[in-house]
Ligand binder design. Structure first.
Ligand code: AMP
Length: 581
């Protein structure tokens, strides 16, 4: 493998050279993420190194070496072929952080199918709509998730041919149409497998994200993305050979795939996978017991740890921990200071999003941290502050004019020069929406930022109405659509309401049909309806009844006006944000 010179010398960084850090498929047959993540280590000196330490909800820790992971993923790839699943088909994953999820993801990449992880806390509706848009052929899930979240609408997706049930009891799969037990499937499959030639531009990963309007967007990534996964793990997370790495994100979100699965593996480090949900004391204990050296987490979790007090971490030996990073939402300056004071190390914030596939802007090791800033662009990433035509709207063709703002400290949209390896290649079936995100060779991220004179980027807010709650991006339209399915609801609008711990919570405003009166019972009924459709992540926590929702002349609901009212900001201040009433 080439040395890390490309990383240390940003002046000479070039993504084409960066590709040499990886092996490519034997015989010059292209580039496959799973080969770089698993097989090249399984065939070398790291073969017996532990790839994953799974900490299950109950029972003993399970370790899996690179060698074992290679065999298991080979079995899964063979199993997909035995089911007649071909390259290019989409394999959806819906499970908690269990070993089978990781085996299926990497095995499916070997088989050159497209992997789409879904968050298991989603309700039935977000799961159904994503699988429909993504042309699901295969679903890997557990019997319990299947029963609770899929069974009710399974017939609506006739192209979903196979349901592979992880952890099914003997015979349990027989009760589900088109289903097979993953255990039985793997037991019957060959542990040898040769990955077919893979074009670096072959689709590999599909991650859904949300915009302000319309259906969720399926950002499609290709095998070439692994170049960025690998290098950014080294550059932004400081990963090196002997690390024990803990990424706390769920693979249902892009961070949990790029950095919870791929990047640590390509870098041959050991990853800790904790199946359980947040618990401050257990998290500190996990850091201690697993001797975690690099920890990648999220601001909401950090704020929850801060709430748990300064004494708690002092009870644990965190001495092996040498690097803490966080992503997904603004990291308060106080959190960086707290971490310095209480954990003895700062938190290195970094920025990226589903579409970028990997970290773009970061506070890298050794760099001066400016608390509250997301850091500076990584080598190979050209980031700037831009602006495009006032009348630009999502869905517009790439014809608008734009400017790059050179002056420091001016607010504008964060833009990235197109062309890094993990850049999304389309929004599945929404090519015009994809094209509309680019103008003049720049990708417009939808985030408002400013850059200081030393090149540090500072997050200002979103340019659109999407909501970030506990690090999860939530599309208001998807929530509103679920709300108006309730028989009493005529119209709905949702906003992100600031919250000191989770960043924002979802708040809904609804107007009722004429034959319904607001009441506490009705409020609870609508909340319950939304929760059962959407799941706890995206469902509103609060509902206000209004006689009418404020709208523009063209009939667009003015979410920003509702937000201004909620926050007590003078309404005049928002009149410029959208068309006047
Ligand atoms: P997602 O695509 O779900 O990963 O969400 C990406 C969005 O999260 C970005 O567009 C930002 O709005 C937000 N985000 C990610 N990282 C940061 C950060 N370090 N600071 C502030 N916001 C962030």
């Amino acid at each position: 493998m080439a040395s890390g010179a490309t990383v240390k010398d940003p002046g000479e960084f070039d993504w084409r050279n960066a590709r040499e850090e990886l092996d490519g498929l034997p015989g010059g047959r292209g580039l496959n993420i799973a080969h770089e993540a698993v097989d090249r280590h399984a065939g070398g000196p790291a073969a017996e190194r532990i790839a994953f330490r799974f900490l299950p909800k109950g029972g003993e820790m399970r370790e899996m070496s690179f060698h074992e992971l290679s065999e298991e993923t080979n079995r899964f790839a063979n199993a997909l072929h035995s089911l007649g699943v071909e390259a290019g088909a989409t394999v959806f994953l819906l499970a908690g952080r269990i070993p089978e999820l990781y085996v299926a993801a990497l095995g499916a990449l070997k088989a050159r199918t497209v992997v789409c992880p879904l968050f298991s806390a989603f309700g039935p509706e977000p799961i159904r709509s994503r699988m429909e848009i993504g042309d699901a052929r295969v679903l890997v899930t557990t019997p319990s998730l299947y029963r609770r979240k899929v069974a009710s609408w399974r017939d609506e997706l006739p192209d979903l041919e196979h349901v592979i049930l992880a952890g099914a009891d003997p015979g349990e799969a027989a009760g589900v149409p088109g289903s097979v037990s993953m255990g039985e499937l793997l037991a019957d499959a060959d542990p040898e497998y040769t990955i077919d030639a893979t074009d670096p531009e072959d689709p590999a990963l599909l991650h859904f994200t949300s915009g302000t309007t319309g259906a969720p967007k399926g950002a499609l990534h290709v095998h070439e993305a692994v170049v960025a996964h690998h290098l950014t793990g080294r550059m932004a997370l400081a990963l090196r050979d002997d690390d024990v790495f803990w990424c706390t994100a769920d693979p249902g979100w892009v961070t949990g795939t790029s950095y919870g699965i791929i990047s640590p593996l390509t870098n041959a480090v050991t990853s800790v996978v904790d199946e359980r949900e947040f618990d401050s004391e257990r998290w500190y204990r996990t850091l201690e017991e697993q001797r975690v050296t690099v920890w990648y987490t999220a601001p909401t979790a950090v704020r929850m740890l801060m709430k748990a007090g300064d004494e708690l971490p002092r009870r644990f030996d965190l001495s092996p921990l040498r690097f803490i990073a966080s992503v997904g939402e603004p990291l308060n300056p106080e959190a960086v200071e707290w971490s310095r004071r209480v954990l003895d190390r700062p938190i290195h914030d970094n920025w990226w999003q589903t579409e970028t596939g990997g970290i773009m802007i970061a506070n890298v090791a050794g760099m001066e941290i400016r608390p509250g800033s997301m850091g500076r662009p990584l080598p190979g990433v050209e980031a700037a502050v831009g602006r495009r035509d006032e009348d630009f709207e999502e869905g517009m063709e790439d014809e608008g004019s734009m400017e790059v703002i050179e002056d420091p400290d001016v607010e504008g949209e964060l833009i990235l020069r197109a062309g890094w390896p993990s850049m999304f290649r389309t929004y599945l079936h929404q090519e015009e929406r994809y094209r509309a995100s680019f103008t003049g060779g720049w990708y417009f991220t939808g985030d408002l930022v400013r850059r200081d004179r030393d090149g540090y980027f500072w997050f200002v807010g979103r340019a659109d109405d999407v909501i970030k709650s506990a690090g999860h991006l939530i599309g208001p339209f998807e929530v509103e659509s679920a709300l108006i399915e309730h028989s009493a609801v005529a119209e709905a609008a949702v906003i992100g309401k600031p919250d000191p711990v989770v960043g924002e919570t979802v708040k809904a405003f609804v107007a009722l049909h004429a034959d319904h009166e607001p009441s506490e019972d009705l409020r609870l009924d609508i909340l319950g309806h939304a929760r059962s459709r959407l799941g706890a992540v995206a469902a509103p926590k609060e509902i206000d009844f209004l006689d009418d929702l404020p709208k523009t002349r063209s009939g667009k609901t003015l979410r920003r006006l509702l937000k201004a009212r909620e926050l007590g900001i003078p309404e005049g201040d928002v009149s410029t944000l959208e068309e006047p009433l």
